[in-house]
Design a protein around this ligand. Structure first.
Ligand SMILES: O=C(CO)COP(=O)(O)O
Length: 148
């Protein structure tokens, strides 16, 4: 089996996954509030608790998957593998182990594999949002398997 790749293109309107571990949820809520106008035109999704809190505190519409520890990270990972999600804002906790650490790792692996922008903190999220590409079509490299 050999690996090859093909180029996929995002739409101008992005589907953005928003996720935060408990100790970082307030930080994500504040970030989304700050950038509400920029985020509003895009399709927002997130893991269960994060999505609910974001809807409550920002009144943006955020479609929720299951809660992270109950399989939400895996659902977001599957959506990335289906090429449905264009970027991942994931404020994961660098100071506390999670019971579903393997799921977190799997999500980050799939996001790297499918070549989507990933922000683990506000600085990176700000860079992504201020990128010229944020409201344009951008290309990404999808790894494929080819029979040799
Ligand atoms: O645990 C998470 C990501 O790994 C987040 O899940 P919740 O948004 O349901 O808290």
């Amino acid at each position: 089996m050999k690996y090859g790749y093909r180029i996929a293109k995002s739409n101008k309107t992005k589907k953005i996954a928003l996720i935060a571990h408990d100790n970082r949820k307030q930080e994500l809520i504040a970030w989304v509030k700050k950038h509400k106008t920029l985020l509003q035109p895009h399709e927002l999704v997130g893991t269960g608790t994060t999505a609910k809190l974001l809807e409550k505190h920002t009144s943006l519409s955020v479609e929720g998957y299951k809660s992270g520890p109950l399989g939400g990270d895996q659902q977001v990972g599957a959506a990335i593998a289906e090429e449905e999600i264009d970027m991942l804002i994931f404020f994961w906790d660098p100071l506390e182990a999670q019971p579903h650490d393997p799921d977190v790792k799997a999500l980050l692996r799939i996001a790297a594999l499918y070549d989507i922008p990933v922000a683990p903190n506000k600085a990176t999220a700000d860079f992504i949002l201020s990128s010229r590409l944020f409201n344009e079509v951008f290309e990404r490299k999808i790894v494929t398997k080819e029979r040799s």
